[in-house]
Design a protein around this ligand. Structure first.
Ligand SMILES: Cc1cc2nc3c(=O)[nH]c(=O)nc-3n(C[C@H](O)[C@H](O)[C@H](O)COP(=O)(O)O)c2cc1C
Length: 226
């Protein structure tokens, strides 16, 4: 399986969230051969979308930057993992810029899909699966991840899977290994399941997305260092 990882954390390999993503990929690799490419999006030259819609009419963007190659890489992938920290209840701006610049993959034509409209794809992307892996700094999932999840699921209405993990700075704290190591084992198991069936058991997913330590305890630890 050809897997493209967009790492949206400006911290690159030091990303808290990438601990989750790497565990997931390890699990997948145990089950199937994977050709994995990890892209640190912050390193790419991606101009902001100008909103001119030239791409939707002609299929080509007015900017000649790294997006031409990235669009090609998207089309050649089987799975795209959007790995990012929650920033202001959404994805970091660098990753959002990339997402907006995928517009050339669709035409201006609109079609109704269930209760919503979507643009008609310019290329066949039916093989593509999408995964969101998102870490965040607060201990609460409710009133936190929802806007990012909604944006992701509307952007990729089909074949999407979402993993959100609160308290994720703990992944970079060696003293928290007692709780992070078992969590990463569960993520690995999710990777094994996903490789076999393109799905993750609901109970396992709920466990992965829950806080690793009680909310108040986490907040107290953070506050004691402030
Ligand atoms: C600009 C900025 C905005 C953030 N916004 C949120 C937020 O809305 N909710 C939250 O729980 N954490 C928020 N955080 C905390 C990060 O999500 C958290 O530190 C995360 O573990 C960083 O992951 P990374 O190491 O993969 O980049 C924010 C951090 C920054 C720098």
């Amino acid at each position: 399986m050809k897997i493209l990882v967009f790492n949206g954390s400006p911290k690159k390999d030091a990303s808290d969230t990438m601990h989750i993503t790497r565990a997931f990929l390890e699990g997948m690799q145990e089950e199937i051969p994977c050709d994995i490419q990890i892209m640190h999006v912050i390193e790419k030259n991606i101009h902001y979308c100008s909103g001119c819609f030239s791409c939707m009419h002609g299929g080509k963007c007015i900017y000649d930057d790294d997006m031409q190659e990235i669009l090609q890489q998207i089309l050649e992938s089987d799975l795209i993992i959007w790995s990012f920290p929650l920033y202001a209840y959404g994805m970091p701006a660098v990753l959002k810029a990339l997402l907006e610049r995928t517009l050339p993959l669709t035409s201006m034509a609109m079609q109704k899909a269930g209760e919503r409209y979507e643009h008609v794809a310019r290329c066949d992307v039916s093989q593509l699966k999408y995964m969101m892996i998102c870490g965040c700094g607060f201990p609460n999932s409710k009133h936190n991840f929802e806007p990012a999840v909604a944006q992701f699921c509307n952007s990729f209405a089909h074949n999407h899977t979402v993993i959100t993990v609160p308290e994720s700075p703990m992944f970079n704290a060696p003293e928290a290994a007692m709780v992070t190591a078992p969590r990463l084992e569960k993520v690995k198991e999710a990777g094994r399941q996903y490789a076999k069936s393109a799905a993750i058991d609901e109970t396992l997913l709920a466990e992965i997305c829950s806080p690793m330590i009680p909310e108040q305890q986490y907040a107290a630890i953070v506050n004691s260092g402030v």
